[in-house]
Design a protein around this ligand. Structure first.
Ligand code: FE2
Length: 203
């Protein structure tokens, strides 16, 4: 079981503001982040674009400098595995899954982490994008749980689920908490469980 070694941090840390990716598919990436995450470009060009979906001047930036190359084995190279976006309610999160499914965009991983229920997509460059809802509907509660619960320490990756089974459960009238608890207990497992959490090769 992994031991929690988080013991030291600055008193007044800066907040996470944005992530910047390099890309050779500027137009495709701008369109994809708009469709999947509602990020709109505040400045867009072939060389660089800045996108936001809230009050910040940007949350994702995309750069395409001369001489840029595609990675050779991105899924098994160190670096960012995914960027995450959070919906404030279970219904918004699950409805977003359906909306994207209807556009032909499907997740490559679907996991109940306890702290969150999460679906993971890949952008056109193969970067991971997690769309989540807090498992407790409250950051204070999920923060307490990730730091102190034996359940999380014993199973930090969590349990796979089939989002279509979540839609069915909601249709049958189950609450978010009931669905989350059942997913965590493995009741909505997909027919095929992914072998690992590496980013699939798409480049
Ligand atoms: Fe994540």
């Amino acid at each position: 079981m992994p031991q929690n070694q988080a013991t030291n941090w600055p008193a007044n840390p800066p907040k996470l503001h944005h992530t910047t990716f390099t890309t050779l598919r500027m137009d495709e990436m701008v369109k994809w982040y708009g469709l999947v995450c509602g990020l709109r470009p505040v400045f867009q060009s072939d060389e660089a674009s800045w996108l936001t979906n809230d009050d910040a001047n940007h949350r994702i930036a995309l750069l395409s400098p001369p001489g840029l190359k595609h990675p050779t084995d991105k899924g098994h190279e160190t670096g960012i595995h995914h960027t995450a976006f959070e919906f404030s309610t279970f219904d918004m999160w699950l409805n977003n899954y359906s909306r994207l499914r209807d556009q032909g965009i499907l997740p490559f991983l679907t996991l109940d982490h306890g702290i969150t229920m999460s679906v993971y997509y890949q952008d056109p460059d193969g970067n991971g994008v997690e769309i989540q809802v807090d498992g407790f509907g409250d950051w204070a509660d999920s923060s307490e749980w990730i730091a102190n619960s034996l359940d999380f320490a014993q199973n930090p990756i969590g349990e796979y689920f089939d989002p279509e089974k979540l839609l069915q459960a909601r249709e049958e009238g189950l609450s978010f908490k009931e669905i989350h608890d059942r997913a965590r207990a493995g009741e909505y497992r997909p027919a095929v469980i992914p072998e690992d959490i590496f980013l699939p090769e798409v480049w």
